[in-house]
Write a protein of this length. Sequence first.
Length: 147
Amino acid sequence: MIRRDTDDQDSSVPMAPLIDMVFLLLIFFLVTASLKKPHKEIPIELPQAAHSRDARYEDELIITITADGDRYLDDGHLHRNQAPVTRRDLMDVLANVAAEDPDMVIRLDIDRRVRYYHLMDIADALHLYGLDNMHMRSAHGVHDEHD
């Protein structure tokens, strides 16, 4: 028995909904890609140094403390100075760094107006995990108008 289709059935896929979905996905990825910034510069006023040199390290953990005491991390992976981190998050990161690479360079970018206890809290945490390879960044050759 031979079956014959007498109806002219269209076997094509409707393209309008497919095009709508592609455009929605495109808009979604464009918006989310433009919101993510690879690195955020935090406006801090560094302390003055009479003699200093720029030290650049490939693998370093950067801890930034603003004048208000907010902590930021730039580890090159998860944390990229996007938002302040809590003390617990900071301690977790330091514990991981101490376990993986205890000789990693820790750079402290600390605002010169920060309160002493914020700096000591970071120094104590680094000492607790045995992370002694640290240095502080300072501004050299810059004269402050507020002095």
